[in-house]
Design a binder for this molecule. Structure first.
Ligand code: FAD
Length: 732
């Protein structure tokens, strides 16, 4: 019955809707392709101002202050604002952009990392015969293709598997996904295909076998979102835009239009967040591209403006890479709350998300335990029981705020706009809001078209289709080989540099220090298990990183991948930055470095899920161990606490390790104990150790260094214990 219903649905909806939509869109696709060719030619004509060195942040700030009047001033350095800056400057408009935190510190670094049209949106478009929604998917698929073309080092097609557990779903999903391919037309990344159960399990061995019928695999794009955002901003700077991070708009400047006598926005009062200095930036047109903060700037324009942003938070978790195949994602099309959950390989880890919860707008969203557990529960539904994902496997978690908007010019002010809106206020403030990462370029093009028309700016047509982003030039899939050969970098490091900086990876390699080892010749890692090297910290400063958080969260992605590893890398990051930026000469060194370190730790603790992770241990008041387990762990504990004090310190552990010729430096030992030292008194009490072992058994904590170390030492000591005469078979 269900099958018949579904099959009928597929035939009717899939066939009828496809014919209608597809026919209607053929013409627009033809037009789009023609326009694309014109765009690509146009892009080739734009002149780059700074081919080699980028101007420093100080130079950029000086330009913002001293330029008499810009054509456009963009507020917000997320994907949308940076896209607007690139679109404007390549139309030869005198362009400025200010961002109050770091480029991409908002939603744009906290996405699912997909460059997609949205299979789910297409399903809705077809089911509801909604042509507008269909066109939204089509546009996004066009943008997907362009983004993969203009930053091939930062993005790639990713196969995504849709597991099927009921027979009738197979033709239903297959038809839907085939329509997705058809809508992409010539820009389809690779054709989707159906897999038998056996083949699906071969490609995704972690998948739950029970009741699996087969699977469908389709392709979308995936990228490093924060680096992509930065690449857009840096490209705008290379073409001559004056861009500055840590520069906040505190209010808008206005003046009366001499012709109409009406007030018009003519710039903004900005505050340099690092020095606290304030200055004015004047511009013919001001663009509000502040994502979830869109209403705060709209209210700077007119306090009476109604709110148009309905913020919704989405949480993601990161778990080790071994939970997903290297190059295959998974889509859960219908979670228990009706949403879609993605389970994707990313930067050699696995990310899973996302949720959708109404929230207040904040610059520092925190991933809450409830959301983390919701994602874990959903993910477990799809994975084989023998690869159980435990709470302790969560290495990082973050939350991002969706800037969903209602259109202020629409009569129905309650309905959330599915796409983006460009709104021009009576005072001439241009607001671009909503949309998604994938469509940032199109949003920017439409915004600048609107701005040019409204403010009669001297810009031509957009030139950003086909315009290569920072690092894309000179990148090839095999350029990492030259990095290994020319500089003596580890292969993994070379691959990482190539896929992060593209052609500019050679500049990072040139700055890398000699290791003094036979191999690798250069490139000292920040932490052993990630390919990030110290020279990236120096290069990050050239890319306008001002704080340690900029480096661990957005220039590298360490904070998003593993909070604990990021925490360990922090002291060195702060040290390198402090020296290069001469923090010691600006402020008292000790105070500044420790403040910087504390701020970055705070960020990891709250925004990257470190607190939630460590609370797993703290919250467990009860110790769920059997009496024999308690005895076993007490015995293990007393191997270190020889004097029966009831606690162990780094000195005790050091002594035992020395007795079996293992060396661990004091700082590392201190970190290892500190993870378990819940009351932070510098020692680990027996109770804390038992809590740890209980958490390890329950799966709340995994890869605890102290637990593994103490077990290994115990085994080692037992092997060394003298073998009794009886058991050795000797004796008299
Ligand atoms: C959980 C989640 C997952 C998502 N996944 C995807 C996905 O996989 N694919 C996709 O295409 N889209 C995705 N999206 C949507 C996409 O991430 C967003 O649409 C996009 O990043 C929004 O970019 P933005 O530039 O508009 O906003 P933001 O990135 O938030 O940038 C706005 C900037 O404005 C700055 N700002 C605010 N006020 C001021 C001021 N007064 N002065 C100066 N600067 C100011 C902020 O500091 C901020 O950096 C996702 C969204 C969420 C929440």
């Amino acid at each position: 019955m269900a099958f018949r219903k579904a099959a009928k649905g597929v035939a009717l909806v899939g066939g009828g809707a496809l014919a209608t939509f597809y026919g209607l869109s053929r013409l627009s696709e033809y037009r789009r392709n023609q326009a694309r060719l014109v765009h690509v030619e146009a892009a080739e004509q734009v002149q780059m101002t700074f081919e080699d060195e980028l101007p420093s942040r100080q130079v950029q700030l000086a330009a913002l202050r001293s330029t008499e009047e810009f054509d456009v001033l963009i507020i917000g350095g997320g994907a949308t604002g940076s896209g607007c800056a690139l679109d404007a400057v390549t139309r030869n408009l005198k362009t400025a952009l200010v961002e109050r935190n770091d480029f991409s510190s908002g939603t744009s670094s906290r996405s699912t990392k997909l460059i997609h049209g949205g299979v789910r949106y297409l399903q809705k478009a077809i089911m509801k015969l909604d042509y507008e929604q269909y066109m939204m998917v089509k546009e996004a698929l066009h943008e997907r293709s362009n983004l993969l073309d203009i930053a091939p080092h930062l993005s790639a097609p990713l196969p995504i598997m849709l597991p099927v557990y009921k027979w009738w779903q197979l033709p239903y999903y297959w038809a839907g996904i085939k329509i997705y391919d058809l809508v992409a037309g010539s820009q389809c990344l690779k054709s989707s295909y159906v897999l038998s159960k056996a083949k699906a399990l071969e490609l995704f061995p972690m998948l739950k076998k029970d009741k699996l019928v087969g699977a469908i695999v389709y392709y979308d794009g995936q990228h490093n979102d924060a680096r992509m955002n930065l690449a857009i901003a840096l490209t705008a700077a290379r073409y001559g835009a004056a861009i500055a991070n840590y520069t906040e708009v505190v209010y808008l400047l206005k003046k009366a239009d001499p012709q109409t006598d009406r007030e018009r926005v003519c710039g903004a009062r900005c505050r340099d967040q690092i020095t606290g200095n304030e200055f004015d930036v004047r511009a013919k047109c001001v663009i509000n591209a502040t994502g979830p903060f869109t209403d705060s700037v709209r209210k700077m324009d007119d306090r009476r403006n109604p709110d148009i942003c309905q913020p919704s938070a989405g949480v993601h978790i990161v778990i080790p890479g071994y939970f997903s195949p290297d190059n295959m994602g998974l889509l859960d099309p219908a979670t228990s709350d009706g949403r879609v959950i993605f389970f994707l390989p990313w930067e050699k880890m696995t990310i899973a998300g996302t949720t959708d919860t109404p929230t207040d707008v904040t610059a520092h969203p925190i991933p809450v335990e409830e959301d983390i557990n919701f994602i874990l529960t959903e993910v477990r539904n799809y994975l084989s029981p023998d690869v159980e994902v435990r709470r302790g496997d969560v290495l990082a978690a973050w939350s991002g705020i969706r800037p969903l908007v209602t259109d202020p010019s629409s009569k129905d002010t309650q309905s959330i706009c599915r796409n983006h809106i460009v709104n021009i206020s009576d005072t001439g403030l241009v607001t671009i809001a909503g949309g998604k990462w994938t469509t940032y370029r199109l949003m920017a093009e439409e915004t600048l078209d609107g701005a040019i028309k409204e403010h009669k700016l001297p810009g031509g047509a957009s030139r950003t289709v086909g315009l290569m982003l920072e690092g894309a030039k000179d990148w090839t899939p095999t350029m990492y080989v030259r990095l290994v050969q020319d500089y003596g970098l580890e292969i993994e490091v070379a691959q990482h540099l190539a896929s992060t900086y593209g052609g500019r990876a050679f500049e990072v390699a040139k700055m890398a220090q000699v290791t003094g080892k036979r191999w690798p010749i250069v490139g000292k890692r920040l932490v052993s298990e990630f390919p990030y090297i110290e020279s990236e910290v120096l290069y990050a400063i050239k890319e306008y990183a001002c704080t340690a958080i900029d480096v661990i969260a957005r220039r590298t992605r360490l904070g998003f991948l593993n909070v604990q590893a990021a925490d360990e890398a922090l002291p060195r990051v702060v040290e390198i930055m402090g020296k290069q930026l001469r923090w010691s000469e600006q402020k008292k060194r000790v105070i500044h470095l420790s403040e910087e370190l504390a701020a970055a730790k705070q960020f990891l603790c709250h925004e990257m899920g470190y607190k939630a992770r460590s609370e797993q241990l703290t919250d467990m008041s009860e110790i769920a161990l059997t009496p024999s387990e308690v005895d076993r762990y007490k015995k293990r504990f007393h191997k270190f606490d020889k004097e029966n004090k009831g606690f162990i310190t780094t000195v005790n552990v050091q002594q035992v390790l020395e007795s079996i010729s293992i060396q661990i430096d004091e700082n590392t030992l201190h970190e290892i104990l500190n993870e378990v030292d819940l009351n932070k008194n510098g020692q680990v009490e027996l109770n804390e150790f038992l809590q740890l072992m209980s958490a390890v058994q329950k799966g709340h904590v995994s890869d605890s260094r102290l637990a593994i170390l103490m077990k290994t030492v115990e085994e080692n000591l037992e092997q060394r214990d003298p073998v009794s005469v009886d058991r050795s078979g000797g004796g008299v």
